[in-house]
Design a protein. Structure first.
Length: 96
């Protein structure tokens, strides 16, 4: 597997998982859902950026290293932020 194929598979998996869980938006606040959508889009953007920087024929290891480097450079991790807000949102709903 090369970097391009890995990139395509990762983006495909993210989109499929998001579509599979689309009905979950009924249980979340608008803010939590918006952050979740942002996290999905930001994850895809980072994957595509990593792929563009290493090139299509790079190895999966080179692609992964670039992906980790880009993630380390972020001020905050959008996925972790989304998970945290979803947990808070669900906890609030349970307490009600």
């Amino acid at each position: 597997m090369n970097a391009k194929l890995m990139q395509v598979e990762m983006v495909k998996a993210i989109r499929e998982e998001f579509e599979h869980n689309l009905s979950q938006q009924l249980y979340l606040s608008d803010g939590a859902w918006s952050l979740l959508v942002f996290a999905k889009e930001e994850s895809i953007r980072i994957i595509q950026t990593a792929g563009g920087q290493v090139g299509d024929e790079a190895s999966v290891m080179e692609f992964s290293a670039m992906l980790f480097e880009l993630m380390r450079g972020l001020k905050s991790n959008p996925v972790k932020e989304a998970i945290s807000l979803v947990k808070k949102d669900m906890k609030r709903k349970v307490e009600i």
